[in-house]
Each structure stands twice: as structure tokens, then as C-alpha cells.
Design a protein around this ligand. Structure first.
Ligand code: SF4
Ligand code: SF4
Length: 205
């Protein structure tokens, strides 16, 4: 007869005293280890929609979709695809919103019946559109974030300081857009890079 090794005997005695190593899942909910890397989750309030996480994700598990409806309401949907995520944590590490815009959770029960309909999570952020061409510039929270970071330097960019004033409620959302003279006043608007260049180089006096 083969005798058990000392290590195996020690483990067996420990298991007898302490109870089994395995959890009683699914009878009882399983509590993962605190360092367990589970489903990354966006925080709608803290995420600023900058797309840094989408750029860095090695598995292309993060994407975005910009939607502008017929009333001019513009939203950016940030999407996380659970079925392709490899839970590496690079999105959290690269998040410019103090690593709070997306965070790994310990959510591990990720099975689903309908892969197409259930394998993703999404949040929505308000988008800022160019006041001349109507193309998306960035998320409003992202422009506010930049303006706050660079302080008084934001006054060199009408897009940034007007975004900041709007977010503070100092100017009305629609007051700038109302001036559509395609002249010098266009320079004091929230513009995309292309329209900024065109208004600076070509507008009449
Ligand atoms: S954990 Fe890794 S794979 Fe998953 S979304 Fe974040 S960066 Fe992409
Ligand atoms: S703020 Fe963070 S979570 Fe949101 S888009 Fe940027 S990097 Fe991703």
C-alpha cells in the first residue's frame, strides 16, 4: 500500500478542521477574492467619454457610438462587450478620469442566453456639436475637464471657455448658436478644428 506524503496528510487534517476549500455555490452565493478581476463597469457620472480606454483596450472590447437625433440631441454611447473582454484592467489603468470612469468589479456571473442582446453594457454621455457644421467635437464633460485642467489657458480657445461657461450656467445653452452671420462672430463659437481653421483663415471682416 502506498502511504500518503506528509504534505498531503497535513492538507487533509487542515481541511478536516477548517472545512472544505471549495464554496457551496450555487447553493450559497460565491464571494470572490478581493483582488479578483471581474467585469469592468463604466461610471456614468465620472466617465467623461474621452475614448482613452477604447484606444488602449487590447481586445477591442470597448467601443462608442455617436447618435444625433432629428432635434439635434447628441449622445455618445460608451459600450463594453463582456464576451470579448479579457479582464486585463488596462482600461481602468488608462482612464484619465482618475481611473474612476471605468473600474474592474468583482462581478463574475457573466453568462447569458442571447449573446447579441445581452453581452454588453452601455452608458450615455452628452456630446458637444460644432455650432457651424454640426459634427461632434467631444463629450461636454471632456471639454469641461480640459478647461478645468488648463485653467486660464482655456481663454485662448473659445470652444473651451464657452464650454466651461455653459457648464457653470453663466451663459445660456443656445445664445451663441443664435448668431449665425458667418462673419467674425463665428470665431466666438464652439467649433470643431476644421471650422475653427476655416473661420480663422477665411471669414470676412
Ligand atoms: S479589462 Fe482589458 S480587455 Fe476588458 S475592456 Fe478593459 S482593457 Fe479591454
Ligand atoms: S473617462 Fe475613462 S472610462 Fe470614460 S471614456 Fe475616458 S478613459 Fe474611458
Amino acid at each position: 500500500m502506498r502511504l500518503p506524503k506528509v504534505r498531503e496528510l497535513r492538507e487533509a487534517i487542515k481541511a478536516l478542521i477548517k472545512g472544505p476549500y471549495t464554496s457551496k455555490f450555487p447553493k450559497q452565493p460565491h464571494k470572490p477574492h478581493p483582488n479578483f478581476r471581474g467585469q469592468p463597469k463604466f461610471d456614468e457620472k465620472k466617465c467623461i467619454g474621452c475614448l482613452a480606454c477604447e484606444e488602449i483596450c487590447p481586445a477591442a472590447a470597448i467601443a462608442h457610438k455617436d447618435i444625433i437625433d432629428e432635434n439635434g440631441n447628441a449622445k455618445r454611447g460608451m459600450i463594453h462587450y463582456t464576451d470579448v473582454c479579457i479582464f486585463c484592467g488596462q482600461c481602468e489603468a488608462a482612464c484619465i478620469a482618475d481611473k474612476e470612469g471605468i473600474k474592474l468589479s468583482n462581478d463574475w456571473e457573466l453568462s447569458f442566453f442571447d449573446r447579441k442582446e445581452e453581452s454588453y453594457e452601455t452608458i450615455e454621455k452628452d456630446l458637444q456639436l460644432c455650432e457651424i457644421c454640426g459634427e461632434p467635437i467631444a463629450c461636454k464633460d471632456h471639454l469641461k475637464w480640459i478647461a478645468e485642467r488648463i485653467g486660464e489657458l482655456a481663454f485662448s480657445s473659445p470652444t473651451l471657455y464657452l464650454s466651461r461657461l455653459k457648464s457653470l450656467g453663466i451663459i445660456d445653452e443656445n445664445i451663441i448658436s443664435a448668431l449665425k452671420d458667418h462673419g467674425r462672430s463665428d470665431r466666438i463659437k464652439i467649433l470643431c478644428a476644421r471650422c475653427r481653421r476655416e473661420t480663422t483663415l477665411t471669414t470676412k471682416e
